[in-house]
Each structure stands twice: as C-alpha cells, then as structure tokens.
Design a protein around this ligand. Structure first.
Ligand code: ADP
Ligand code: MG
Length: 701
C-alpha cells in the first residue's frame, strides 16, 4: 500500500480502525483517506487562549480559568449544581444538571479549574452549562493550551469528535508523504476574480482548514469566505459541473423515439383557431424544440420565458408533434390549480382537433382514477395533464414520447428522472421539455442547468400594456379600495393577495379570510371570492374558473395564485404586505395582470418603516416589469442562491461548496468543464472521483 494515492487507501489502514469503525465512517461517506481529508470541519473552537472572566459576553465560547468560590444546589424547576468561579477580573457560574455525589464533593471552594464552554444568560448572571472542565493542580505546571484552532466535524452515532480528530490527524500525516494531485487547471485561476486563490494549493487548503492557525479569520471561515475554502469550493463546483455534463452526455447516448413527422395539418388547424399569431420568440423556441424532437436521443431542454410570454402554447405545439407521430405526451404542473388550468387550456385547443386529453391528480380515487389509468395504458389518452401524481408507479403509458414539466423550479432533478422509466416497452426514453418563468441570469443558468439545453422566449405577445406599479403605505388603503371599486364598476377584475405574515399556512389563510370579509364589507356591491392553500383543490379550481368566467370581480387570495394562473380580464393586482415578499415572487404575482389589452395596475401596499432591502425591492418593481431586469436586481440585493429555487438544495449534493454563497465562482465553469471532458478526460475523471467518490449518483442515470 506504500505507493497507493490517498484516494485508494482505505480508512482501515489507519491505526485503530476496524470494520465497525469503518462502517460508521462509511455512513459519513468516508471510505478512503481522501474522503476523510475532504470531511471538513463545520466550525472551529478556539482553545488557544484563556479568556478573562470579566471579558465574557453572552454567547462567548471560551477557555476560562478560575478558583471555585462556592458551590451549592440550585433551586428552580430542575435540580442543578451551581458552582461559582472567580478570577482577578470577575466571576461566572458553572451549572450542572447531571452530577454525581463525588463531583459535588470534589468541587469545593479553593479548587482551581480550567473549563471550556459557552457563556449563557443564567439565573445567576453569565453561566456555563455543563462545561468541559479539568482540575488544575498546584504541584504541576498547567496543561498546555492548543496551538491551533480545534476543528468540530460532522459526526455520526458511535463516532466521537475526539476520535474523528485523531483519524483526520493521521490522514494529514499521510498527506505530508503523499500530497494530492493538483487538478485545477491553471488557466482557471488566472481569471481576475479568482486570483486571490492562486496562492493556495489543494494540499495547503486542506491542511489549513483542518487546523487553522490561531490568528485565522474566524468570521471568514464561519461565513465560508476564506480563500482556502473558496479554493476547494471552486474545485468541487467544477467537479459538479463535470458530473452534470456527463449526465447530459449519458442521456444523449440513450435512445428516444425520433419524432420525424411534422405535426402538419393538426398544427395548421390549431394555429388557425387562435385569435393571434405566435411571437417570433415562440416560433424560434418551437423550432429549437422540434429540431431536438426529430433526434433519436432524448431532448433535455429548458424553456425560460417571463410570465405571460406564452410558454403553454409552445408546449401544446410540442405535444402535438409527439401525438402526430403516434405517441403520447404528458404535461406536469407543480400544483393542482395550475394543472387544472393547463387541462382547461389544452382541452380547448386540442379537443377540437380530435385529440384525447385527460387529467390525473393525486386526489382522484376509485372508478374515475381506474378509468383514467386504463385509457392511458391502452393509448387512448394521448395527452395526460396532472401533478406529481404522474410520477406514481401505477401510471403506465403505452407510448410516451414527450414529458413537459411546467414551472421547473418546483421539481427536482430526481423527480424528472423518475419519469424516464415511463417511456414504454421499446426501451426508449421520453424527450423532456422543462418550462420555467424564473428568469435566471445567463451565466448562472448555464451552470445551474448544465445538464439541460436552454431556450429563451425573450419577447412578450404584442399589445401587452406595461403594468403600472405603485407602492403605497398602509395608511392609504382607503384610496386603494376606492380605486378598486371604480375599476370593478367599469367591468374589470382584480386580485387582492395576502402573503404570509406569520410562518404558518393556517395563519396566512386566516388573514386572507379576514381581509376577504373586510373587503366584502367595504365593497358590498362587488362579488368577492376567496382562494387559499388549505382549500380542496376542486373548490379552488371551481372558484378560479368562476373568476375566469367573470362571476366574481374581486378574488382575495394567498400566494397560491403566484404561479401561472391566467385570467386575461383581470387587470388589477393588489399585494398586501408587499415588503415581505421577495422580488421573484412579486414579479410572478404582478405577472397575473397585464395579460389582456386594457392598461393594468399593480399596487404594492407596505407597512412602514421599510428596511433598506424592502425599499430596494419595491423600487425595482416600480422601475421595470422585465423579468430579467428584476432577476438581475434580485441577484444584487439578495445574492444568487434564491433565484435557483429548490435546485440549490438536496438534489445537488455538495460537500463544501454552496451554490448560493459561491455563485460568483461559477462563472466560466461550464465551458471549462466542456473543454476538460473533451481534451483532458482523465483529469475530468480524477476531479469527479475526488469529489463525487463512489457516491457518483448520476452514474446510474
Ligand atoms: P406563461 O408563459 O406565463 O405560462 P401563458 O402560456 O399562460 O404564459 O400565456 C399567457 C397568455 O398569453 C395566455 O392567455 C395565452 O393564450 C396568451 N398568448 C400566448 N401566446 C400569445 C401570442 N403569441 N399572442 C397573444 N397572446 C398569446
Ligand atoms: Mg405558465
């Protein structure tokens, strides 16, 4: 084993590691010494110096020394032993809820202690609960302090911090003998925004992060902003990029039904039935999709388009191509409300062409469900619309060729992958079309969606009047209500959105109910309806449909209507507590109006005083209704993580990098990754192996 590189030396080679411990380490994803080295501390403890008691603040974590002044049993709800410790600068309490008689006996006045713990506000002033402590003996020199910061690692049951530290220390000794290869291409670090990382090698960074010196910038470390951390994060992000690119390559190598026939007559009929023509952007994106669909390999395409850009129609036309080739298509939406709306639209467009559209929701039971599933399996249903329910195992298609996923940010990669198995008997995978209204700046999209091709519908249908946006303090509510009355009397319709005020859906719904009552009382002549997230989907759907048909003039809602709901006659959007919402959400909500030909208004009601971020958000909303501008502002105000929605969590497992915090590192990684796969496949493999190890989940895909 002497010559093996650390990624091949198993942990059992370490002193004191038998099978049982190796199994525990495996639970942390640690199999080889390299994994152990990449198992980085969550945080650090500073045990390098003794803090004077008088300098402690609430929350200080510190080593302290002092003499026991007294010790007694504390009163209060839980019995505890309270020991008073004093030095020249002050005193603190040490509180123990678990203690033995001998411990009580030992902690007598005059005894000198060294402790480590966190200062909290207690009944007797600052107190350390259950500090680690050792007795200092007068006849011996005090034990030495640590020379470096002490790492605190993620651990698992049966594996103690101390044990893990010893193992990592052993691994670091190995590292001295056999440093890891430098895998980052030098050209990457030449970029100006990364020059600060040039002085760090992977080996130095690892060593430093396990044992930073006592002058280390703890704040930077805690925030993940230390150059040593960024150096490793960059490498990991590159590896992740490679993983996604590889996933995409693999998918491309699989087979899908080539949809070579054009939708011809059906498409012509559909187009002729529309009261409008497709925009240039819709045509362009549709052509991109159609080109992919003729391929005998699965399409993986993301369509980004601002709210109201007409993504649904593009999806319908893509589906039509699948159907014209004798296959089935599925369209999936994130909520029942949306799925139902799509079902209505698609039925209206496609049924006249003789196409069988059906609908499947999780709540569907019994006979109805049975029939839907049977018709699908027989191939009678040509287009199935629904929610997550489409992923379920019993849902069997006869010839599925295209899966369309709307509002992608709510679904994960894994859910998308689950649909692959529904391609039918020929061993073919369906093509995938993913649609999202979340406008993500291009470089970010390229990296975050490296496994997808991206098309952008960058044009709104003509004749859309920009939505006039106002921000008003709560004190001007009566004016808003008066304007609302006036507009509704002229035949227009309005939304009144009550966003989350408390962290609870129940409370949010109650707030919407109260607002609804108040508005109904203030506007007795109007027909007011309410939708919220706790209503049955069928009831929600019914109210939305009635609103769409003009039965109600005012719809009070929680943010359930955020995504996708389309009622062209609604031209007023009032958002209560607007300062509490993020820009992306505000933009989505505003996108519900401005869909018809009348001038639309969006009123943002806020409660002063505004935070500076709140003010910037409302300002950005007033400045522009362009989703990409808003996204750019959002990026500036909040940082990139939020824009990526759920994609940042879970599904992309990163050990150390964080897409949100480290988004600035993503720049240029995708083209670099593509180049590496092409020109230096061995290096690419090494990078992947280092960071993804044997947990390279995408390799099964
Ligand atoms: P989104 O991209 O937000 O999903 P939708 O697909 O819901 O947008 O479309 C918004 C509205 O615009 C719908 O009423 C749709 O019928 C209409 N629409 C779509 N394409 C066009 C077009 N080319 N010209 C005019 N209206 C269109
Ligand atoms: Mg939509």
């Amino acid at each position: 084993m002497a010559a093996l590189p650390l990624q091949e030396v198993t942990v059992t080679q370490l002193k004191g590691v038998g099978q049982a411990l190796a199994d525990r380490l495996a639970r942390l994803g640690i199999h080889h010494l390299q994994d152990l080295l990449l198992h980085l501390p969550l945080r650090y403890e500073d045990r390098t110096r003794i803090s004077p008691l008088g300098s402690l603040r609430v929350g200080s974590t510190a080593v302290i020394e002092g003499e026991v002044v007294n010790s007694h049993l504390g009163q209060g709800r839980r019995r505890s032993l309270l020991v008073r410790l004093r030095d020249a600068t002050g005193s603190v309490g040490l509180r123990f809820f678990h203690f033995s008689a001998s411990m009580k006996q030992q902690l007598q006045p005059g005894l000198r202690l060294r402790c480590y713990g966190e200062a909290r506000p207690g009944a007797s002033g600052l107190e350390f609960y259950h500090p680690e402590f050792q007795v200092l003996r007068d006849d011996l020199p005090p034990p030495p302090l640590e020379q470096q910061l002490t790492p605190v690692y993620p651990v698992t049951e049966g594996l103690q911090q101390k044990r893990l530290r010893q193992l990592v220390a052993q691994a670091l000794d190995f590292l001295e003998q056999r440093p890891l290869d430098e895998l980052l291409p030098a050209s990457l670090l030449d970029q100006t925004h990364l020059q600060g990382l040039r002085s760090w090698s992977v080996n130095q960074a690892l060593r430093y992060l396990h044992y930073p010196d006592c002058q280390a910038d703890l704040e930077a470390l805690a925030a993940g902003q230390h150059p040593a951390q960024k150096r490793l994060a960059l490498e990991e992000l590159l590896a992740q990029q490679l993983g996604m690119l590889l996933l995409r390559q693999k998918t491309r190598e699989e087979s899908a039904p080539p949809l070579t026939k054009s939708a011809g007559l059906l498409e012509q009929q559909l187009r002729e039935g529309l009261p409008f023509a497709l925009t240039g952007a819709q045509e362009r994106v549709l052509a991109e999709i159609n080109r992919d669909l003729t391929d005998p390999h699965p399409m993986l395409r993301l369509v980004q388009g601002d709210v109201g850009s007409g993504k649904t129609l593009v999806a319908a036309l893509a589906a039509l191509k699948a159907l014209a080739n004798g296959y089935q298509a599925a369209l999936m939406a994130p909520t029942e409300l949306l799925a139902e709306q799509h079902y209505h639209n698609l039925t209206a467009w496609l049924q006249p062409l003789g196409i069988q559209v059906d609908w499947l929701a999780g709540k569907m039971k019994g006979k109805q469900r049975q029939t839907a599933l049977e018709q699908l399996a027989l191939g009678e249903t040509q287009l199935l619309v629904g929610t997550h329910a489409l992923f379920q195992e019993e849902v069997v298609f006869s010839r599925l060729a295209l899966v369309i996923i709307d509002e992608q940010h709510r679904f994960g990669v894994h859910q998308r992958l689950a649909l692959r198995n529904k391609g039918g008997s020929e061993g073919l995978l369906p093509h995938q079309l993913v649609m999202t209204a979340t406008p993500i700046p291009r470089t970010l999209a390229m990296s975050a969606y490296a496994d997808l091709d991206v098309s952008v519908i960058d044009e709104l249908p003509p004749g859309r009047k920009p939505v006039t946006t106002l921000a008003l303090p709560d004190s001007r509510r009566p004016e808003v209500i008066a304007r609302l009355r006036h507009a509704c009397q002229e035949g227009r319709q309005a939304y009144w959105v009550c966003p989350l005020i408390e962290e609870s859906e129940v409370l949010e719904c109650q707030a919407a109910e109260v607002t609804c009552q108040e508005l109904q009382e203030a506007l007795p002549e109007l027909k007011v309806a309410l939708v919220h997230g706790r209503m049955k989907p069928a009831d929600k759907g019914r109210i939305m449909q009635a609103f769409k048909e003009g039965e109600y003039q005012l719809l009070v809602a929680t943010t359930v209507i955020e995504v996708g709901v389309d009622v062209p006659n609604a031209s007023l959007m009032i958002i209560d507590n607007a300062e509490r919402l993020g820009l992306a959400q505000l933009h989505q909500l505003r996108g519900r109006v401005g869909r018809g030909s009348t001038a639309s208004f969006c009123t943002l009601i806020y409660h002063p005083p505004l935070s500076s971020q709140g003010r910037e958000r409302l300002q950005a909303m007033r400045e522009s209704s362009d989703g990409f501008y808003i996204a750019q502002k959002d990026l500036e105000i909040r940082g990139p993580g939020e824009l990526l929605g759920t994609r940042q969590t879970g599904e992309i497992e990163l050990r150390l990098a964080n897409l949100k915090r480290d988004a600035h590192l993503l720049e240029g990684l995708r083209p670099l990754g593509e180049r590496l796969l092409e020109e230096q496949p061995l290096l690419a493999r090494q990078l992947l192996a280092r960071w993804r190890g044997d947990s390279l989940r995408f390799s099964q895909v």
